[in-house]
Design a protein around this ligand. Structure first.
Ligand code: SF4
Length: 373
């Protein structure tokens, strides 16, 4: 397939791996920031191609995984209301809240609908003037422009029965939180190419300089990731800490200014709680004063904060401190059918990637008699 196969070429991947082996002289820990990159790394075995000096750890870049449990609980409470059509991307439906998830609400008769764009939810609101239509607006800088556009369009068209349940998060403050944490191991970042497509990469330049950490804007195909790794390792070996952009076929330094404009028209920067990590200052987006009427939390006034399940160590996984396989619940008490945390059910979750693609020795749920294994 053109524009895909050439980025999955096995010979070229081996050449990159050889080049990395020639460059590296000592151990380095790199973090890929996006869950899509994590899945590509585990699916294609990229980490297994690398010399033992290079460790890849997985960052907080799965939007579903970082959505805090109280927001999931709020979504569940709203979706159960008889006057509400609750719209969401499909991967939020199985994310566990405190006692339930959106799929169970749907099974119990709640009007929960999977949509492919927030503008579909605006259309539903127009078609159903007697119902309240709520769109679950989660994600990073990548999904914010479309969500901002939905609110903007609803406002322009005078649609009053449409609101967003907002849990948007921003990448650079999370990187700073990781870099400034006392247990930080990360020495270089593979930045998420799609986030940079929207935002550009100027925000990363002060981070690279302040923390002396290389940041390489990286795509999602195996060769993109290997190229990001070798550029990061070269910088580390040469003592450089710069932002580099080998993903120039997609990303410009200044990003997409039209998308940035609509985001700052509708949203403002706010503190945000990250699941498993905690509150990070200036790390989220919330609706601006002029668009507060489209805020579902304000309109419906819902729910209090709850404590997170302590058995799930997703916060440690998403900060690169542990791998999914190091979680005691992995593959046993936590599996896709019975998830304890969002990273096990999200398409971008590190735990789901390890469960799906990585051959690890899992403890059987039922011990078989000797001779029958
Ligand atoms: S394996 Fe399950 S319990 Fe462990 S960190 Fe991942 S999602 Fe949480």
């Amino acid at each position: 397939m053109k524009f895909l196969d050439e980025y999955r070429d096995a010979d070229a991947a081996q050449q990159y791996a050889r080049a990395i082996r020639q460059v590296v002289t000592r151990p380095w820990v790199l973090m890929e920031l996006c869950g899509g990159q994590t899945h590509a790394i585990v699916k294609f075995g990229i980490d297994e191609l690398l010399p033992p000096e290079i460790s890849l750890v997985h960052g907080p870049g799965c939007p579903v995984c970082v959505t805090p449990i109280e927001i999931i609980d709020k979504a569940i409470a709203l979706a159960a209301r008889p006057d509400v059509i609750f719209c969401s991307f499909g991967d939020m439906l199985r994310v566990p809240g405190t006692d339930s998830d959106l799929l169970r609400v749907k099974a119990a008769g709640g009007d929960v609908r999977i949509v492919y764009s927030p503008l579909d939810a605006v259309r539903l609101a127009k078609e159903n003037p007697g119902r309240e239509v709520i769109f679950f607006a989660v994600g990073f800088e990548t999904t914010a422009p479309a969500n901002a556009m939905a609110v903007y369009q609803a406002s322009r068209q005078g649609i009053e029965n449409f609101t967003l349940l907002v849990s948007h998060v921003l990448v650079p403050p999370a990187m700073e939180a990781i870099l400034s944490s006392p247990g930080n191991r990360v020495q270089g970042f593979l930045a998420a190419g799609h986030v940079c497509t929207v935002m550009g990469y100027t925000e990363y330049e002060p981070l690279a300089a302040r923390y002396q950490v290389p940041i390489v804007v990286t795509g999602f195909e195996p060769l993109d990731i290997l190229q990001g790794i070798i550029m990061c390792v070269r910088q580390l070996e040469e003592g450089r800490a710069e932002v580099e952009n080998p993903y120039a076929r997609v990303v410009r330094r200044e990003g997409n200014e039209h998308a940035q404009r609509i985001v700052s028209e509708v949203f403002e920067v706010v503190p945000r709680k990250w699941r498993g990590i905690g509150s990070i200052a200036k790390s989220g987006l919330g609706l601006r004063e002029g668009y507060r009427a489209y805020d579902a939390e304000q309109r419906f006034g819902i729910a209090e904060a709850v404590d997170e399940d302590t058995e799930c160590i997703s916060g440690l996984v998403m900060q690169g401190v542990k791998t999914p396989a190091e979680c005691p619940a992995f593959g046993g008490r936590c599996c896709p059918e019975h998830p304890l945390g969002a990273p096990m059910v999200s398409n971008e979750g590190a735990c789901s990637a390890y469960y799906r693609y990585r051959r690890v020795q899992r403890t059987p749920a039922i011990a078989l008699p000797v001779g029958k294994q």
